[in-house]
Design a protein around this ligand. Structure first.
Ligand SMILES: *Cc1c(COP(=O)(O)O)cnc(C)c1O
Length: 355
């Protein structure tokens, strides 16, 4: 087989140009004023990708840091927090809330159905929520949630919103301007190496963050508020990773965001078409829930075996499911650099052959 193909839903393949940028000479982020200027430009670029006027932060740390930091920075012990979920990451937010002393109230539905809007409406009416958490793309199941109706309900109730858009930002439009804290990471659709978390912070979110007693230092967003102005990082930034992310964003801009989103749609559509031809069902079955960045295929009980065969005999690396779906779902990541019809075809050819 020719070159190996990485088609996992993160980390994704990193283009050579982005890898090469990591070899740039090291700057000292704590000392060199040029690095502070670079960081400002990086956050400006990110704001353009997010398509928001909110502040952008780039934290040194893998994507999970953003999820934890958003909760650690906004939840006080005893706070009731609404955790809207139809997947593993959505459920996981409730664990972070408990860890920081909050009281999660979970509106959780089946993993292959849309968010239960009626339950959200009823639950919001019954509680005083400080905050609500939700997930845009549930990567383990390939579900993209329509967040607008949920955000409408929360906006009307004046509830602050935290959204995990780690696996959709840079691959699909995200309603960032309606979200108070919107989380991304370098290693999914941006196709940069793992190691950086991106966070947009609204004015309302800053107000909340300033009013909450911090119970973490490393995961405290408040520590990052003035970095753009002062050039002082709370702890040493990760220059090599930041150079790579900067290059990856340039790659996005050169293609154009709309074109990038369309390319993801085409790759996802092709993936589902090929699955239908081969005779595999998708999880979820509902087309309107299908994510443009990742497709989960139902392969009841065979995911591990298929993944291994496809890797060893065809040089294509896919992901199995997670949690209770570990063996029942095989996932094709058509994210970032991997979101092309040609790469999806190669992955689907390998699946067909392995079956
Ligand atoms: C990848 C991902 C994260 C970050 O977690 P990892 O440790 O990189 O797996 C968070 N949320 C979602 C929805 C993700 O897909």
């Amino acid at each position: 087989m020719s070159e190996k193909l990485l088609m996992t839903p993160g980390p994704t393949e990193v283009p050579e140009r982005v890898r090469a940028r990591m070899s740039r000479p090291m700057q000292n982020p704590d000392v060199d004023p040029a690095y502070a200027e670079f960081y400002r430009e990086l956050t400006d670029k990110l704001a353009a990708v997010y398509d928001t006027d909110d502040d952008l932060l780039v934290l040194g740390g893998e994507g999970i840091l953003g999820l934890e930091a958003a909760v650690a920075s906004t939840v006080e012990p005893g706070d009731a927090v609404l955790c809207v979920s139809n997947g593993l990451y959505g459920d996981g937010f409730a664990d972070f809330v408990s860890l920081y002393g909050g009281e999660p109230v979970t509106v959780s539905g089946p993993y292959d159905e849309p968010i239960d809007l009626e339950a959200v409406v009823d639950t919001v009416a019954d509680h005083e929520f400080a905050l609500a958490t939700m997930v845009h793309c549930e990567t383990p199941t390939g579900v993209l949630n329509d967040l607008d109706p949920v955000l409408d309900v929360l906006a009307n109730a004046g509830v602050l919103t935290v959204v995990d858009a780690v696996s959709s930002l840079g691959g699909a439009p995200v309603p960032t301007d309606r979200i108070d804290l919107c989380l991304g990471a370098s290693q999914k659709c941006f196709s940069a190496p793992p190691g950086l978390t991106t966070v947009s912070v609204s004015d309302a979110a800053w107000e909340r963050i300033e009013s909450v007693e911090p119970h973490s230092f490393y995961a405290s967003l408040g520590e990052w508020r003035d970095v753009r102005e002062t050039g002082w990082f709370p702890y040493t930034h990760l220059p090599s990773n930041a150079y790579a992310l900067d290059e990856a964003l340039d790659v996005l801009f050169e293609e154009g965001l709309d074109a990038v989103h369309e390319r993801h749609e085409r790759a996802a559509t092709r993936c589902r078409e090929r699955a239908a031809e081969i005779g595999i069902d998708c999880f979820p079955a509902t087309e309107t829930l299908a994510s443009p960045t990742v497709t989960a295929l139902r392969v009841d009980g065979r995911a591990g075996e298929l993944q291994q065969t496809i890797h060893e005999e065809h040089g294509v690396l896919l992901a199995t499911g997670l949690g209770s779906l570990a063996e029942d779902v095989l996932r094709v990541g058509h994210m970032g650099y991997g979101a092309t019809v040609e790469k999806v075809d190669r992955a689907m050819d390998a699946i067909a052959a392995a079956l």
